[in-house]
Design a protein. Structure first.
Length: 173
């Protein structure tokens, strides 16, 4: 989890808040999260000691967010230093899109690459529900209004991002 948080701290786009929700962890992850919260005013930890599972926590994160965009990642993810800047730039230049995702490089616990997922086209038609989409959930940046309302096409003027970190209970340290 420390590497995940450090990868956020290394972002070239610096206007963000990081919300970490402890979903009933029993390991040291809550203490680690609180240590980062004390060191950086952009980091906020929420802990109630209850395991509510991912869907409830994601909805909570959207409600807690102060900014116009929601970036999604998990506590075991690392992000490229330009991820937020690149994704935000795309959404700002393309107001008809509410969400953008990236490909991912999968690494093991020793940072050795063992796989890659990528998309080779832009998907814009969602009139019918498909069995699967090539969207990597943990690499999404979305307009906050798009997460609460379907088919909204608004130009968002804010440039601040909320980064959602959840499921601390699944991290083994």
């Amino acid at each position: 989890m420390e590497d995940a948080i450090n990868s956020i701290l290394a972002q070239t786009h610096e206007l963000w808040e990081l919300i970490l929700i402890d979903d009933g962890s029993t390991d040291a992850s809550l203490a680690i999260a609180k240590r980062f919260e004390e060191a950086d005013h952009r980091i906020r930890v929420i802990a109630d000691g209850i395991n509510k599972k991912l869907p409830a926590r994601l909805n909570q994160l959207i409600e807690e967010a102060n900014y116009d965009y929601i970036a999604r990642m998990d506590a075991d993810d690392l992000i490229h230093p330009d991820r937020l800047a690149i994704q935000l730039s795309f959404l700002e230049k393309n107001p008809n899109y509410d969400l953008v995702s990236t490909g991912v490089v999968s690494i093991d616990n020793f940072n050795k690459v063992y796989g890659c997922r990528h998309v080779d086209q832009i998907y814009t038609e969602f009139k019918e529900i498909a069995a699967a989409y090539p969207i990597v959930h943990a690499a999404v940046l979305a307009k906050r209004v798009g997460m609460n309302e379907i088919n909204i096409m608004k130009i968002i003027q804010g440039l601040k991002i909320t980064i959602c970190g959840v499921e601390l209970s699944q991290i083994k340290i």
